[in-house]
Unconditional design. Structure first.
Length: 215
């Protein structure tokens, strides 16, 4: 188990996860990016970025997501583990690259995207043609499955003052690359609380180890 939480001195202050929080700079090891195989669709335009916002999702069953939004909105750093207060475990570190963001203008378009991510496979359009991903969640089922749904609280203030709450419907897909490792596709349907804002983010990700991050 990795120990990573530093308890906040101020109540409600956002936790530091592996030393990462708002206002910190994070560098991804260059080797981990250079070794991406040619058939990967992931793009990481820069290796060092500053964290400007921090999100938290309670997935239930003592599982939590901690998301770190850089000043470069092309990537997202995500750590899954405990709640950051009483549970100190780290289960997974992911670096996500935004492949596309869509803004459906009609309810019909929104429902069609929802329907598509319930299926066993998902086809992602690329300059090289359509790329097929298989569902990683509910992978033992051949039937349509509803996406995972959860709230994310996002703050741009280190003190953890109120920010935005985003309702998310998400499905995870994967495909094996030429190096034998999986490239993940997370399709995230996002609805901002109290507004009519909604969007769909298509993110490509690879897992990282702790030593591949430098704070």
């Amino acid at each position: 188990m990795l120990k990573f939480w530093r308890k906040s001195k101020v109540q409600n202050e956002l936790p530091e996860v592996l030393g990462i929080t708002i206002g910190r700079a994070v560098t991804v090891d260059s080797i981990s990016v250079k070794l991406l195989p040619q058939d990967s669709l992931i793009e990481v335009p820069q290796l060092t970025f500053s964290i400007v916002a921090q999100g938290h999702c309670d997935l239930g069953e003592q599982s939590h997501l901690h998301r770190f939004y850089p000043d470069d909105d092309a990537v997202l750093l995500q750590i899954q583990g405990g709640d950051g207060v009483t549970d100190e475990r780290v289960d997974e570190i992911m670096l996500w690259s935004y492949y596309d963001v869509q803004y459906p203008s009609t309810d019909h378009q929104w429902r069609e995207i929802h329907r598509s991510i319930c299926q066993k496979t998902f086809s992602l359009s690329s300059p090289q043609g359509d790329v097929l991903f298989e569902r990683a969640w509910f992978d033992s089922s051949d039937q349509p499955e509803e996406p995972m749904q959860y709230w994310e609280s996002v703050s741009e203030d280190r003190a953890g003052k109120s920010g935005r709450r985003i309702f998310q419907s998400a499905m995870l897909f994967a495909r094996e690359l030429s190096d034998g490792k999986d490239e993940m596709l997370l399709v995230n349907m996002e609805e901002v609380e109290g507004t009519n804002e909604r969007s769909v983010a298509f993110m490509l990700g690879r897992s990282l180890s702790q030593h591949e991050l430098h704070i």
